[in-house]
Design a protein around this ligand. Structure first.
Ligand code: AMP
Length: 432
């Protein structure tokens, strides 16, 4: 199958070619014709499936066929849970739409609102936003929705987990009833289905799952170790194996900071990236990591969701994620584009259950390796049978966070509830 056969126009086909994409991914093959035809869509698709192009390409095409936006209007609204995801989607919009006369801009919290208000003044065809900042802009009359044609909710499950449901409902109430709705979510829990019911109309339902294939591509190992010896084991692994570019995941921001200091104390160049860091600090840390100046990047899941680092050789789970799907997201950072990758997890006895849940999800027992000198005092029990549990586990729903308006500040809550993400860093607002 080719992109041309999906009904995309010449400017978009040229952009796709420039990106080097030959064949539509499964989500693209299903979503693109449906979106072009004006249908609503409910898609179960994670990062790495090509979902962003799946909605961005047909969206651009539809918008290019209509009238430009009037002052302060947005014709398409893409809502994302985090600033990183907003920036990444905005970046895709600019790249794929570079040959079309469409304007886009990105708005998120944690940065000055005035420049965002100015960008909205002339109206935009595509507005990419985090929910809290969008509401602030609306309250200040900077944006209007009477010309809105399309709503995209990206990573809807994250938005609910981060407590954005009230904001989303408020936003939905501001939009014209007649519109196209595209809803993307890694999973379709009852909560997402309840939200979808209020949003979509006779949607095409699409589901793609990269979980098993990702897990199969990446060489994985578990190192049993006591909790208090993890940092030293990590240092030994980095030094002994001469790892030059390591992405390390910790559960908390505090944990990321502490580990970064421990690594620096032994002379390993490290930087932490998480929601308490300013956008500038995050961008700097990532640039240092990409250039090789920073050898170890320590990230929380939410911050890491924005990272676009292809063919990363080494991922370390310093802490296992509480949500098994996040393990697949994390190790998906490595072994991309056909390159082989390695993912190691430092697992203490307390995390035996998390490990078992992950192994059930990926339907494989992760090989264990005992590093000499790190035999745990509290042994890590065997994982047992791998049949999926009859009831899929969902994390407890966090309370809505009314005062927490942007992706960054909601991170504390999300971490507490242990949902997590990967994405690319912000590059500021864009207009194409
Ligand atoms: P996403 O799931 O939207 O985050 O996309 C994952 C990655 O796949 C991104 O780096 C895209 O640039 C890339 N990608 C998207 N569509 C294709 C395609 N059809 N062929 C190859 N790579 C793609």
């Amino acid at each position: 199958m080719s992109f041309a056969s999906l009904g995309l126009s010449a400017p978009l086909l040229a952009a796709i070619q420039a990106e080097g994409y030959d064949t539509p991914s499964p989500i693209q093959a299903q979503a693109i014709p449906a979106v072009l035809a004006g249908r609503d869509l409910m898609a179960a698709a994670q990062t790495g499936t090509g979902k962003t192009a799946g909605f961005t390409l047909p969206l651009l095409q539809r918008l290019a066929e209509g009238k430009p936006a009037s002052a302060n209007q947005a014709r398409a609204l893409i809502l994302t849970p985090t600033r990183e995801l907003a920036a990444q989607v905005g970046d895709s919009v600019v790249r794929y739409g570079s040959r079309l006369p469409l304007r886009s801009t990105i708005v998120f919290g944690g940065v000055k609102i005035n420049p965002q208000m100015q960008k909205l003044r002339k109206g935009v065809d595509i507005l990419i936003a985090t929910p809290g900042r969008l509401l602030d802009l609306y309250q200040q009359n900077a944006v209007r929705f009477s010309e809105l044609e399309v709503l995209v909710l990206d990573e809807a499950d994250r938005m609910l987990d981060m407590g954005f449901i009230r904001d989303i409902r408020k936003i939905l109430a501001l939009l014209p009833k007649q519109r196209q709705n595209l809803l993307f979510s890694a999973t379709f829990s009852n909560d997402i289905r309840a939200l979808a019911k209020t949003m979509v109309n006779n949607p095409l339902e699409v589901s793609v799952s990269p979980a098993n294939s990702t897990a199969e591509r990446v060489e994985q190992l578990v190192y049993p170790v006591d909790k208090n010896r993890k940092a030293q084991l990590l240092i030994d692994l980095i030094v002994d194996n001469h790892w030059q570019q390591v992405l390390v995941f910790t559960k908390t921001k505090h944990g990321a900071n502490k580990l970064t200091k421990q690594l620096e104390a032994v002379g390993l160049q490290a930087a932490a990236i998480h929601g308490n860091k300013s956008q500038g600090a995050r961008t700097k840390a990532l640039a240092g990591f990409k250039s090789g100046e920073v050898r170890v990047l320590v990230a929380t899941d939410i911050a890491a969701r924005g990272l676009d680092i292809d063919q990363l050789p080494q991922v370390v789970n310093f802490d296992l994620p509480n949500v098994p799907e996040d393990y697949v997201h994390r190790i998906g950072r490595t072994g991309r584009a056909g390159a082989s990758g390695h993912a190691v997890s430092l697992v203490c006895a307390d995390d035996a259950k998390l490990l078992r849940d992950i192994e059930r999800l990926i339907r494989q027992a992760i090989p264990r390796q005992q590093q000499a000198g790190y035999e745990p005092v509290h042994p890590l029990p065997a994982s047992g049978p791998l049949q999926p549990s009859s009831k899929p586990r969902r994390p407890k729903k966090p309370k809505p966070q009314r005062e927490h308006r942007d992706g960054q500040r909601a991170e504390g809550s999300a971490q507490a509830k242990a949902r997590s993400q990967h994405r690319r860093p912000a590059r500021g607002s864009n207009a194409s």
